[in-house]
Ligand binder design. Sequence first.
Ligand SMILES: NC(=O)c1ccc[n+]([C@@H]2O[C@H](COP(=O)([O-])OP(=O)(O)OC[C@H]3O[C@@H](n4cnc5c(N)ncnc54)[C@H](O)[C@@H]3O)[C@@H](O)[C@H]2O)c1
Length: 364
Amino acid sequence: MLKIGIIGCGGIANGKHMPSLKKVKEAKMVAFCDVIEERAIKAKEEFGDEDSKVYTDYRELLKDSDIDVVHICTPNSSHAEISIDAMEADKHVMCEKPMAKNSKEGRAMLEASKKTGKKLTIGYQNRFRKDSKFLYEACKDDELGEIYLGKAKAIRRRAVPTWGVFLDEEAQGGGPLIDIGTHALDLTLWMMDNYDLKYVVGNTYHKLSQTKNAANAWGPWDPKKFTVEDSAFGFITMENGATIILESSWALNSLNTGEAKTSLCGTKGGADMEDGLRINGEERGSLYDKKIQLDADGVDFYDGKGDDPAYEEAKSWIECILEDKEPVVKPEQALVVTEILEAIYESAKNGEPVMIKKQCECCK
Ligand SMILES: NC(=O)c1ccc[n+]([C@@H]2O[C@H](COP(=O)([O-])OP(=O)(O)OC[C@H]3O[C@@H](n4cnc5c(N)ncnc54)[C@H](O)[C@@H]3O)[C@@H](O)[C@H]2O)c1
């Protein structure tokens, strides 16, 4: 049985980590930490038991040698610091996405994992969706051939997160690009199994963020506090010549929306997630387009149906620790995602492409 400490008991801890871990029988949540004490107390009441501990300082939680694993669910600016402290305190780390605010921090996290031998993974739960797993296997089996175009899409028409610190540049390091673009990019790179970057060009926009009394899924935002971009787009060229186009927005005048989606074009076939998962190709001189039926036509009760990526993520992570395997989301891969996001921001700021320096051996 692995003992888990939760650091940050806000939205994603309550929405994903704690309910999922509760269902994993080899895991037990024994400590809850939040700088807002009531949140940690509430988490203990809902997901712990009378022996669970409550902390307001994560450093105190890390002193508990009984804890094997921590889940870090705090704003982006503290991911690196808490992850590194946790690994140095002999804990395995599941850190929420994005890995860190920038690649320097991400690299330090990776180095800490290598130095301490503790496992580190990042919360890209979209990899555990049924459509993603199917497409990943299809790519691995070479059904699409050489994939030379990937389109990563994270477009919302009006769904700006107005709670917490999402609009605050300092706390988050960016807006929709680092928040949701990160998921779509992670999926795309994983499917393409291509992490060898050459150069990146990007643009960011602060357009609809300046609208007063805007229509929004989570209520209107304050334009003065909206210091991150509202949209960001990137064009990424890989060493082997492959192209990735990344579109991300929390507010865009577009009907072509969709989040954590990828489209791939390869020499043998293509795939997209626009309208369910479809794989296209050519056979015997004709074109085909197959729609993948992801639910076995079974009965919910017998696990024939249902898609719970959050639970799959938690289960896979706990298994990887118990069986000493590599996590599905490797920190080296999450670091490349972070490098690309950073390069898009840098390119947008300077109006120039960013050539990516080769990674040093230790980061490969
Ligand atoms: N995987 C996903 O799809 C997904 C979805 C939403 C958010 N996230 C990520 O989860 C993280 C948190 O987002 P959220 O929506 O839960 O935000 P949130 O504001 O709802 O919750 C964050 C919590 O962390 C607490 N906190 C802040 N600093 C702390 C510290 N030093 N020690 C202990 N507690 C601290 C806050 O008081 C708050 O309760 C972000 O990095 C975000 O990108 C991931």
